[in-house]
Design a protein around this ligand. Structure first.
Ligand code: TXA
Ligand code: MG
Length: 316
């Protein structure tokens, strides 16, 4: 593995010459390019196999930088000051003449912005001096990547440069997304920053955008998502023959191939292990031709809400 500084320089050179690279963030690996560059953004969609109507998050170094692209209400500013940098994305009214590629926002008049905390991502942003548009570095529909190898496997035919870092990713789950252009504000995607945390900071009620709403605000939420190739079976109380098992706490799913998201029943640990354990079980299940991954019930509270949300979307 090359030194980080060499890898970051190479990644920055690729982005500055209009290319796409992958890199770790504190949530999941990202697949990034200059948010100003139409061709580069087009390549992101192409590489992921992502529909063009599903906009991208832009990443910047600070609230100050974010204000060049979007208009912040007092509440949005409060949230930014307390939760950035971190696993938190806001959908905001877009300013005019930002220079952002239209592909980033898929023609919407809002823009999703996150200020990341990961040292590699921040050094990359410092090197390129432009916002980086970055979805998760997976093929559209599949599990998000939390390890170098997940990205390398997914893009093995794409000659993609991936910044390699063997440290465990801190969160392992995509950022919480909140739309601050609605009244009340709407959670578009659950994550480590929970509804309670947001309500405490903004002193306002926040609603969740149920998938059943007519008007789906995060276009990405329309599709089957976050899914292993092997079908999953949730809230499983027992395991059928020919299934792999994913336990939580003292759940007792017995299978030849089994993992436990958190033996101590710690939801934050379970969330951080979710994608890597599903990748692992999916690879085994595909090799051994297992029929399902049976998953024990996960309490629907706190970060468990984000876990159950991903599992439900994986079912479609
Ligand atoms: O943790 C994360 O957020 C990671 C890392 C790389 O930052 N990124 C990520 O991006 O998860 P992606 O593209 O996989 O998910 C972004 C979601 C999509 O569902 C997309 O539809 C939604 O954000 N989104 C982006 N811009 C939006 C906008 N203007 N309005 C509503 N939803 C938006
Ligand atoms: Mg994604």
């Amino acid at each position: 593995m090359k030194r980080f500084s060499d890898q970051i320089k190479k990644a920055a050179d690729i982005i500055l010459s209009g290319g796409v690279v992958a890199f770790p963030t504190e949530t999941v690996y990202g697949l990034g390019a200059s948010a100003y560059d139409d061709n580069a953004c087009q390549s992101i969609y192409h590489l992921k196999g992502r529909p063009l109507n599903n906009p991208l998050i832009i990443h910047v170094l600070s609230l100050h930088d974010a204000e060049k692209f979007a208009i912040f209400s007092d509440d949005a500013k409060k949230l930014a000051l307390q939760l950035w940098p971190g696993p938190f994305t806001m959908v905001l009214p877009k300013r005019n003449d930002t220079g952002l590629s239209k592909l980033v926002t898929a023609g919407l008049d809002t823009v999703a912005i996150r200020v990341p905390a990961h040292h590699i991502f921040r050094q990359l942003l410092e090197s390129v001096h432009s916002p980086i548009a970055a979805p998760s570095a997976n093929k559209s529909g599949y599990l998000s990547p939390t390890r170098y190898q997940h990205v390398a496997d997914a893009f093995k035919n794409d000659k993609l440069f991936i910044v390699q870092c063997d440290d465990k990713i801190q969160y392992g789950l995509e950022s919480t997304i909140i739309d601050v252009t609605t009244d009340p504000m709407t959670i578009l995607r659950h994550g480590f920053i929970t509804k309670d945390v947001i309500e405490n900071i903004s002193m306002q009620g926040v609603v969740y955008n149920e998938a059943s709403n007519d008007h789906i605000k995060a276009p990405g939420m329309m599709y089957k998502h976050y899914s292993p190739i092997t079908p999953i079976r949730i809230n499983a109380l027992s395991v059928e023959e020919n299934e792999a098992a994913l336990n939580f706490g003292d759940s007792n799913l017995h299978a030849k191939y089994q993992l436990n998201l958190s033996k101590e029943a710690d939801l934050a640990i379970a969330a951080s292990n979710l994608y890597s354990y599903l990748h692992e079980l999916d690879n085994i299940a595909l090799q051994k031709r297992l029929s399902h991954i049976a998953i024990a019930p996960i309490p629907n509270e706190n970060i468990g809400i984000a876990i159950n949300d991903r599992l439900n979307r994986a079912i479609g």
